[in-house]
Design a protein around this ligand. Structure first.
Ligand code: CP
Ligand code: NVA
Length: 299
């Protein structure tokens, strides 16, 4: 059987993705500690960018499921000194059972996966962040039930998170309305592929109207730090705050993958609302990544 990677949500069948989310919900509910479903297995994590949630979620997930993990940064591995992606993939996949990679270009991840004999997980690239979507969908389903047929609003940059929401619209069967400043739209070919469910609108107010879930993310992603100030003026009208949320459906949820910039893409009162789900959304990274690891490593 060909090795199963998780580079985008589209790599798995819809039922498989839904099954992972259901398993994550069950793992979270389980009163006793998880069984050792990954006993003796090792996850390698190659991170070229910073991380708190993703890294910790993977490490804790492996430990709690009876396996172990190791963290490799470019600063101290040979890959950082020029060993090719292909050679690194060939060598590491002879020693570990699964590899999670956070890097810049999505093609780097694809090249690594092509030469890996064990599952490769996208821990975020410039183009997609599918692990975050597992947690977001888990959070919505736990609090509001099925997301199929609902409306989701994306407000902000057409970035890796937005593009993963486009894939999620297809997999989880919801309508996605994206409000982003001109010039910051998601990839045109991705939009064209999913045009039956995904719509670009001009104003944030249009996007959130009738929405059951409103999502945003930073205006400048990792790797775009030098554009931060310049982007602020284009994105200023795209802040998600209580006023904007009041235009969405009554019981609409707000999500943010974090880290957040209070006062920019999200107002401080909205993020610090005592009823916010963003902290549980972050916790769900661990439950959903456990379920993902079980699915990929125990096939
Ligand atoms: N949301 C998310 O991926 O967070 P980290 O960058 O901290 O991993
Ligand atoms: N779009 C953000 C997500 C961080 C989890 C980034 O890529 O920096």
């Amino acid at each position: 059987m060909a090795v199963q990677h998780f580079l985008t949500l589209m790599d798995l069948g819809k039922d498989e993705v839904l099954g992972i989310v259901q398993r994550a919900i069950a793992l979270k509910k389980a009163a006793s500690p998880s069984k050792d479903t990954l006993e003796g297995q090792t996850l390698a994590m190659i991170f070229d960018k910073s991380s708190t949630r993703t890294r910790v979620a993977f490490e804790v997930a492996m430990t709690q499921l009876g396996g172990s993990s190791l963290f490799l940064s470019n600063k101290d591995s040979q890959q950082g000194r020029g060993e090719t992606i292909e050679d690194s993939a060939r060598v590491l996949s002879r020693m570990v059972d699964c590899i999670a990679i956070r890097t810049y270009e999505h093609s780097t991840l694809e090249r690594f996966a092509e030469f890996s004999t064990v599952p490769v997980i996208n821990a975020l690239t410039d183009s997609f962040h599918p692990c975050q979507l597992l947690a977001d969908m888990q959070t919505f389903i736990e609090h509001r039930g099925d997301i199929s047929g609902r409306t989701v609003a994306w407000v902000g940059d057409g970035n890796n998170m937005c593009q993963s929401y486009i894939n999620a619209a297809e997999v989880f069967d919801f309508e996605l309305k994206i409000a982003c400043p001109e010039g910051f739209e998601p990839d045109a070919s991705l939009l064209a592929t999913h045009k039956d469910r995904v719509q670009i609108v001009q104003q944030p107010e249009q996007a959130v109207s009738h929405a059951d879930l409103v999502v945003t993310d930073v205006w400048a992603s990792m790797g775009q730090e030098q554009e931060q100030e310049q982007r602020k003026s284009s994105f200023e009208p795209y802040q998600v705050n209580r006023d904007l949320m009041s235009l969405a459906n009554n019981k609409a949820l707000f999500m943010h993958c974090l880290p957040a910039h209070r006062g920019e893409e999200v107002s401080a009162p909205l993020l610090d609302d005592p009823d916010t789900l963003v902290w549980e959304e972050a916790e769900n990274r661990m439950h959903s990544q456990k379920a993902l690891l079980e699915f990929l490593c125990n096939r």
